[in-house]
Design a protein around this ligand. Structure first.
Ligand code: HDD
Length: 695
């Protein structure tokens, strides 16, 4: 859909069709493979302007990567509010007028790794949205965790230096599993709540399309008559919130380091547009002190059971960028980009961010004119007295660039009424200048315990395993012990389990820091029932039951899934009875970790070939160990047996995510695909016992 933003971008888009080689100065050249030299084997001449232009441009093609969130992927889309239910709270048109669809650009990212690092590392994911509203650009620069690691932005350089690669040898890349990070955690217990999220499955999302987003801070909505309401923003993915398992992440980092980036790109290219629902938690100003934590403390959530999330609108991403650098790399988000109807609070982390984002763009994008870069331009008019600076693209006419003036007719004209113009929320502020954390920010363990209490058994097992993995990589034993001591102040069960795995003595164990829980924090209780865009590996070889396979492929595609046939070699496989079946992938180039589920069709010859190949048996066994849905029909079950997976014979047998039938061809029972789809939609068969099967 060509919205206002896309139409504006059209002016900047350049297509290569039929164009000739012309230099930046507009001169046509006929040769670009050899430099101008003095003689056959002589030196290159300085006057070779074409050579110099080409190489100079190349020499300057890199800009500094983002100091955090360097690796990311972005897409365009649009946001539409469901109705005017927020009109009572805000003057922001894009949140309250259902007839207005606002173009957006969203960039997802990891935090710690460099631009070239792998996607599937254990990390926070950025979820930054630029709304090109008719009242100006609004940036909601959030993460997939609702809490942050520190309470005051003055600690941000310390926190980032601790989590980034260590400065002496730049190791490790994109990992929190090293001494400096955990040293910081042990000494700075305000990190603990976010660390719980980091050790949980939230830190390893299956897809950007399957993760929640949060504005994190408490912001303010402001009505036309200046009334404020506290607000927290939530994004909920239509496909549900799902994660990888840790072993998969490590393997995918090798098989496909672009796993999440590719997934987003391919989904949009295929027309399966990712969607999120925007929700808000609203708190009246009069209830500012109604909680046992401070609303200004970014290490705290407001439990959804306490203040429900009100759904207000829908975000759809439907267009990939044309050029990664021009758009995804040059997009510049800034928490201080707000529009009438939205305002800040005194959250000290937010206040620091309001300085940092503008500052960082100046070095990253080379000067004060980065808002003129096409992806950053608002869809509204821009009219300022700002002139000059690196990269100035506009030709400002006239004599005046100051206010007030008479020579320029008084332009640009100031004035107007809120919400036509932005006006700051008139918060009363009164206090002494002090450098001191508010006592209301003092509890660092309560919500870490709340998070632990809210997890299912499986999720807790993953958290303990993550702590053991990460702390196991820490070389300084005292740091391991200091972190475990902090965990002892969160919850005895957690600390004991981590200590046991590390072979450390039990720290002092008191009462849990909280006995409360918030079921909404658990990912597992929230299945969505859809298998749309799920990738299913279909293992085939010559002699496969083509008829049965086609029938199931069709049924899976009808449900929106993406089945791919994998065979020992490319091209097509001969089927037992009908036409050849095209092969999508050669099995040796792929791994089960790149798929959500596995299907093994019938075919005695096909299965014999596959079962004789150790890497194929490994493929199936690994999918089993990662608790993915697996289905087999007819003799396909023999490959499961060869991989060590025991199945009972029957017309339709379902056992902990393994769906089988002895039938093949047109006798495959109708319910087979339904049941397989149900198992895939559950994301994993958490009740599966995987101990007997090694991959
Ligand atoms: Fe930040 C980038 C999210 C705290 C300073 N941050 C950045 C991005 C996201 C976040 C998603 C990537 C934007 C993009 O895709 O271009 N940051 C957060 C969240 C925070 C947070 C949710 C806490 C609630 N950040 C934070 C603090 C500071 C910064 C406290 C500094 C005091 N963040 C930056 C930055 C970055 C950035 C250095 C790097 C690149 C950029 O801004 O454009 O200014």
């Amino acid at each position: 859909m060509a919205d206002e933003k896309q139409r504006a971008l059209d002016g900047a888009r350049v297509d290569p069709d039929g164009s000739r080689l012309i230099t930046q100065q507009g001169v046509r050249v006929d040769h670009t493979d050899d430099s101008l030299a003095a003689g056959d084997r002589g030196p290159t001449l300085l006057e070779d302007f074409h050579f110099r232009e080409k190489v100079t441009h190349f020499d300057h093609e890199r800009i500094p990567e983002r100091v955090v969130h360097a690796r990311g992927a972005g897409a365009y889309g649009h946001f539409t509010p469901y109705d005017d239910r927020l009109a009572r709270y805000t003057a922001a048109e894009f949140l309250t007028d259902p007839s207005v669809t606002t173009p957006v650009f969203v960039r997802f990212s990891t935090v710690a790794g460099s631009r070239g690092s792998a996607d599937t590392v254990r990390d926070v994911r950025g979820f930054a949205t630029k709304f090109y509203t008719r009242q100006g650009n609004y940036d909601l620069v959030g993460n997939n965790f609702p809490v942050f690691f520190i309470q005051d932005g003055i600690k941000f350089p310390d926190f980032v230096h601790a989590v980034k690669p260590e400065p002496h040898n730049e190791i490790p890349q994109a990992q929190s599993a090293h001494d400096t990070f955990w040293d910081f955690v042990a000494l700075q217990p305000e990190t603990l709540h976010a660390v719980m999220w980091l050790m949980s499955d939230r830190a390893i999302p299956r897809s950007y399309r399957m993760m929640q987003g949060f504005g994190v801070h408490t912001f303010r909505l402001v009505t036309a008559d200046g009334r404020g309401t506290f607000v927290k923003f939530h994004w909920k993915p239509a496909l549900g919130t799902h994660s990888l398992v840790w072993e998969e992440c490590q393997r995918i980092a090798g098989y496909d380091p672009d796993f999440n980036r590719r997934d987003l790109w391919e989904a949009i290219e295929s027309g399966a547009f990712p969607e999120w629902e925007l929700g808000v938690q609203l708190v009246e100003e009069t209830d500012e002190f109604a909680f046992d934590f401070d609303l200004l403390d970014p290490t705290k959530i407001i439990p959804e059971e306490r203040v429900p999330v009100l759904p207000v609108g829908r975000l759809v991403l439907d267009r990939n960028p044309d050029n990664f650098f021009a758009e995804t790399e040059q997009v510049a988000f800034h928490t201080a980009n707000i529009v009438p109807g939205i305002d800040f609070t005194n959250d000290p982390l937010l206040q620091a961010r309001n300085f940092s984002y503008l500052d960082t763009q100046l070095i990253r994008l080379g000067g004060p004119n980065f808002a003129q870069i096409p992806v950053n331009r608002p869809v509204t008019e821009v009219s300022t007295n700002q002139r000059d600076g690196y990269g100035q693209q506009r030709v400002h006419r006239g004599r005046t660039s100051y206010t007030p003036n008479t020579l320029g007719g008084g332009c640009p004209v100031v004035g107007g009424d809120f919400p036509e113009v932005f006006r700051h929320y008139q918060e009363k502020v009164d206090g002494s200048k002090i450098r001191k954390r508010s006592a209301s920010f003092a509890d660092h363990h309560g919500q870490a315990a709340l998070f632990w209490n809210s997890m299912s058994e499986v999720e807790r097992t993953h958290i303990v395993a993550a702590f053991r993995f990460e702390l196991g990589k820490v070389e300084t034993v005292e740091i391991r012990a200091a972190v475990v001591a902090q965990l002892g102040r969160v919850h005895a069960d957690l600390a004991a389990a981590v200590a046991e795995g590390l072979g450390l003595p039990l720290p002092d164990l008191g009462e849990p820091a909280s006995t409360q829980s918030s079921p909404a924090l658990s990912q597992l209780g929230q299945p969505t029932g859809t298998i749309a865009t799920r990738k299913i590996a279909v293992l085939v070889a010559d002699g496969v039951d083509g008829e049965g396979t086609e029938k199931i492929l069709t049924a899976l595609r009808e449900r929106g899934a993406t089945p791919e046939t994998l065979a020992p070699r490319g091209g097509a496989v001969r089927t037992a009875h009908g036409p050849d079946l095209p092969v999508d992938r050669v099995v040796s180039t792929m791994a089960s970790v790149l798929y959500d589920a596995v299907l093994v069709p019938c075919g005695p010859d096909s299965v014999e070939t596959l079962a004789a190949d150790g890497s194929v048996r490994h493929f199936v066994a690994e999918a089993f160990r990662h608790r993915k849905a697996i289905a087999a029909f007819g003799t396909g079950t023999e490959l499961l047996a060869a991989a060590g997976i025991a199945v009972d014979d029957g017309d339709l047998v379902v056992e902990a995510g393994v769906v089988t039938t002895t039938k093949a061809r047109d006798e495959i029972p109708d319910g087979f695909v339904d049941v397989f789809a149900q198992e895939i939609a559950k994301h994993r068969a958490w009740n599966r016992d995987t101990r007997e099967v090694t991959a």
